[in-house]
Design a protein around this ligand. Structure first.
Ligand code: AMP
Length: 450
């Protein structure tokens, strides 16, 4: 099969969800979630999915891609929505495959929220947990199934789920699924699915492997893309401080205070560490919020909102949770722990220094992380020489900053340090969830070649 050279047709860009023709129960859910305007990927993808086309969509997490596929699929399933208790009336119609358990949970949470006012059923299945509860859910019947490939195959092989009525297949973060070696599983899953179906492939990158995958999974797909996040990080100053594990919290606060950094995104490898760092900052009276995969969607949104409004100075996040955030004009990211995968380092530092703004990425490296640092240096083809920690701000400065911060609560305290490197006016919010890229995403100049 050839991948179509067709690109997405010039569209009338819908500026509201209403204009996209979504049903009232879906619009009500979006309204309750505070979604006002469709993001660029939603503007492009939703009409095409509604029109029944297969799609190759180049969009990262953080662009609103989940709603870009979930909303039109829900819309297409509205005629099948029923409140019958019979499992036979709730066959799997939409299957969403994701590479990780965290992403599966996150996608499912979004589906549940968008589906709140419809009687369509959904569930999520992933490995590493007992199958029994999942089997019970599946046997009850679900129209929307979010799954990681391995566990789905276990269920399909043991016939705890039937996939013969799947009308819609979504491959989410397809590049990551291939990186993680899921291609054989994906091919086996294909054997359980009808050939007549609509398939949507979402991927941050489109290399030959993805085009190969598209060839076996999609039919005459259209390609849509939104502007990529800056990951080249050329305008990001990258600093490394060698710090013992037990001194990292002090080092973090010192970096932020001494440089007068108004807001910082702090990365940890694990949820446990994110909790520990966040709570210890809070104990010091610092405005800190935590986001990771175990936090409920509502808590994550509250944390992001606080950060967006400038009320929260430190947002402590794991890689997976942070992938769901698109923050612009972020002055600084700190790697409290280096990631295991060098690619994640590039993704992390790509959160700052966007679109011509200069950014700062600081890594606090403990002795047992030297190996990870060497791996990152090889990956980015650049030495990251360690420098000493900055001087501590004088006590009277810290005091002054605390009292003036009280007078202007929306401005993070550190922004008040005299001579501080502050990138914006105080009253301005420092980030905007999902704002850029705001330019209308152009149809791709050419579809991938077969
Ligand atoms: P995603 O790229 O699908 O992981 O979405 C990233 C985040 O943006 C999630 O927290 C979504 O709830 C949120 N989001 C998606 N679309 C919109 C929208 N149109 N308006 C506001 N927030 C959105």
């Amino acid at each position: 099969m050839e991948v179509s050279k067709e690109t997405s047709p010039a569209l009338e860009v819908a500026t509201s969800f209403d204009e996209l023709g979504l049903a009232a129960p879906i619009l009500a859910a979006l309204n309750e979630m505070g979604y006002k305007t469709p993001t660029p990927i939603q503007q492009q993808a939703i009409p095409l999915v509604l029109a029944g086309r297969d799609l190759m969509a180049q969009a990262q997490t953080g662009t609103g891609k989940t709603a870009a596929f979930a909303l039109p699929l829900l819309q297409k399933m509205v005629p099948h929505a029923n409140a019958s208790a019979s499992p036979a009336r709730h066959p799997v119609r939409a299957l969403v495959l994701t590479p990780t358990r965290e992403l599966a949970i996150q996608v499912h949470e979004s589906v549940v929220a968008y589906n709140k006012h419809l009687p369509l059923r959904s569930t999520v299945v992933f490995g590493g947990v007992d199958m029994k509860a999942q089997i019970a859910d599946l046997r009850n019947g679900v129209e929307i199934l979010v799954a990681t490939p391995g566990r789905l195959l276990d269920h399909a092989n043991s016939r705890s789920v039937l996939l013969s009525q799947v009308q819609f297949l979504v491959l989410d973060e397809a590049d990551r699924m291939l990186d993680m070696g899921f291609l054989p599983d994906l091919k086996r899953i294909l054997d359980f699915l009808p050939t007549q179906r609509q398939t949507l492939l979402f991927s941050a990158t489109f290399d030959d492997n993805i085009v190969g995958l598209a060839r076996s999974f999609l039919q005459n797909p259209l390609k849509v893309e939104v502007a990529r996040r800056n990951t080249s990080a050329e305008n990001v100053e990258q600093l490394v401080h060698k710090v013992k594990e037990e001194d990292k919290l002090d080092a973090l606060v010192r970096v932020v205070n001494s440089r007068g950094i108004p807001q910082v995104l702090v990365f940890t490898r694990t949820k446990v560490c994110a909790d520990k760092v966040g709570h210890r900052l809070q104990k010091r009276g610092i405005q800190a919020a935590i986001i990771h995969g175990d936090k409920a969607q509502v808590e994550r949104l509250a944390a992001l909102e606080g950060f967006k409004q400038g009320k929260v100075q430190y947002l402590v996040a794991t890689d997976i949770a942070a992938r769901g955030i698109d923050i612009v004009e972020l002055p600084c990211v700190v790697n409290y722990e280096l990631p295991y995968a060098p690619e994640d380092y590039v993704h992390r530092i790509g959160r700052t220094g966007r679109a011509g703004a200069s950014g700062l990425a600081v890594s606090l490296v403990a002795p047992d992380e030297e190996r990870l640092l060497a791996g990152i240096e090889r990956f980015i083809k650049r030495d990251l020489n360690a420098s000493p920690l900055p001087e501590i701000a004088r006590p009277q400065q810290v005091h002054a900053q605390a009292s003036s911060a009280e007078a202007v609560p929306a401005a993070p305290a550190a922004a008040q340090i005299p001579g501080a490197r502050v990138g914006r006016r105080r009253a301005e919010p420092v980030c905007a969830l999902l704002l850029p890229p705001v330019q209308r995403a152009e149809p791709a100049p050419s579809a991938p070649q077969a």
